[in-house]
Design a binder for this molecule. Structure first.
Ligand code: TYD
Length: 206
């Protein structure tokens, strides 16, 4: 099968500004006349909407943390087949809010499950992003933003230590993955960050 489309993911701790950057990047590509599909995990597929409610509901109890991990991968499998692959086949730029690196950061980093299990699950899904932007900032700053936005969900209400393990998990995985570009998202205007992202894309001839 010929390679089609472009698959970009955004990652980061809570309140890192992914949604704003995704909207700005989507407009940038549309101005170039490209078709863009903006989507998210968990919850990008039809089944995923139900899974998202379960995964984010702060009253949801999992007696085994592997269940949580597997639900994220069930969400991912549906999302790839229903939304991501079809859009790429139509030559769209697919921009996804969170993907496999969130599983490394949250389930391996935050929850301290084995990275090997996530490697194995990834070998099953066989879909790697072309490019990933990691919006990095101190977790305290991101969490303050998240608190202002709405009631905290099951992940947002975790401890500061949990969120620091998540941030370190993201930074750790970036070291061995050249597709991940770390963007310093601390103390910067959203437009400034977006221009940095666009310049990086130009450097890559995208
Ligand atoms: P969401 O409200 O989309 O968070 P944000 O607005 O910060 O992107 O909630 C998604 C939550 O799910 C977020 O806290 C991270 C978590 N998550 C995982 O733990 N593992 C995963 O594989 C994914 C995709 C998300």
């Amino acid at each position: 099968m010929n390679k089609k489309g472009l698959f970009i993911t955004f990652e980061g701790v809570e309140g890192s500004g992914k949604t704003t950057q995704i909207n700005l990047l989507s407009s940038y590509f549309k101005e170039q006349g490209k078709d863009v599909t903006v989507t998210l995990e968990p919850g990008g597929s039809s089944l995923g909407k139900t899974l998202r409610k379960m995964l984010l509901n702060k009253n949801q109890v999992f007696h085994n943390l592997k269940t949580e991990l597997l639900l994220f991968y069930a969400d991912r499998c549906e999302h790839i087949s229903e939304i991501i692959e079809p859009a790429l086949q139509k030559n769209h730029v697919v921009i996804c809010d969170r993907y496999i690196d969130s599983s490394y950061a949250y389930q391996a980093g935050g929850r301290q499950l084995k990275k090997l299990w996530i490697n194995n699950l990834n070998s099953m899904i066989e879909k790697t992003p072309d490019l990933t932007f990691l919006l990095d900032l101190p977790v305290e700053i991101g969490l303050k933003r998240a608190e202002k936005r709405a009631n905290l969900d099951r992940f947002e209400k975790e401890s500061l230590q949990f969120h620091n393990r998540v941030r370190n998990g993201f930074l750790e995985i970036s070291k061995t993955n050249s597709r991940i570009k770390i963007i310093n998202a601390n103390n910067k205007h959203p437009q400034e960050i977006s221009i940095e992202i666009q310049q990086y894309l130009k450097e890559l001839d995208i």
